[in-house]
Design a protein around this ligand. Structure first.
Ligand SMILES: *Cc1c(COP(=O)(O)O)cnc(C)c1O
Length: 209
């Protein structure tokens, strides 16, 4: 199906909720990414530096989100070419970003809401201390929280995870007024995530795949 048709379906499912849609183009060609751009998508997500650079070269006016695990030694290659980092998942990244970034980088703290061994990110009860520590790094500008939900179909359990991230954001934003965004929801769960307050959804398979 065309990206345009996929986008229409997604917008129908999102209904009245209007998070920013990030097209995750990690599985697809530059041509397909261009098709997404022509369909009106301006935000793109990639999890590898090579993929990001080639899509950015082809779509110079688009906004780019780095969504994958960022190795410390790759920070210098990626940090000044992206618009957002969704995967701030360990404190050691702060030092490297501080050293390499030419200007403050908009970051999401990645939270492992279900404490899954297979997933990166901070546990939910660590995030407040992390945010406090990050105040010492002016190049790391935390604008919100990011999560990847477990691969389950139980909507009640998923809702509980999405709402726990939202509650954490609500609490933190009282002390840190810039921490307002929620990056959550992928192909399998974007409608539910949006209902629970996502401000960014990251969609690959169902949009461009
Ligand atoms: C691949 C990926 C997505 C998109 O996944 P789909 O299920 O294809 O929509 C979203 N977020 C992250 C962090 C990813 O790695």
């Amino acid at each position: 199906m065309s990206v345009k048709e996929n986008l229409e379906h997604i917008k129908n499912e999102l209904n009245t909720h209007q998070p920013t849609i990030i097209a995750v183009t990690k599985y697809v060609t530059i041509e397909r990414a261009k098709e997404a751009y022509e369909a009106g998508i301006t935000h793109f997500g990639e999890n590898r530096i090579e993929g990001l650079l080639e899509k950015k070269e082809a779509l110079k006016d688009a906004t780019f989100h780095f969504i994958g695990t960022l190795q410390s030694r790759k920070v210098k290659d990626v940090i000044n070419v992206i618009d957002y980092l969704h995967s701030f998942d360990r404190m050691s990244l702060a030092k490297e970003i501080q050293k390499r970034a030419r200007q403050p980088v908009k970051c999401f703290i990645q939270v492992n809401v279900a404490s899954e061994a297979s997933k990166h990110g901070f546990n939910i009860d660590e995030v407040e201390d992390v945010l406090a520590s990050l105040q010492a790094y002016d190049k790391v500008q935390v604008i919100g929280l990011m999560m990847m939900a477990p691969h389950i179909d139980d909507e009640l359990v998923l809702t509980r995870y999405f709402e726990s991230l939202r509650a954490l954001r609500d609490k933190l934003s009282k002390t840190y007024p810039n921490c307002t965004e929620l990056s959550m929801g992928m192909s399998n769960d974007f409608a539910l995530a949006a209902k629970c307050g996502a401000t960014y959804v990251r969609i690959g398979t169902k949009l461009v795949g």
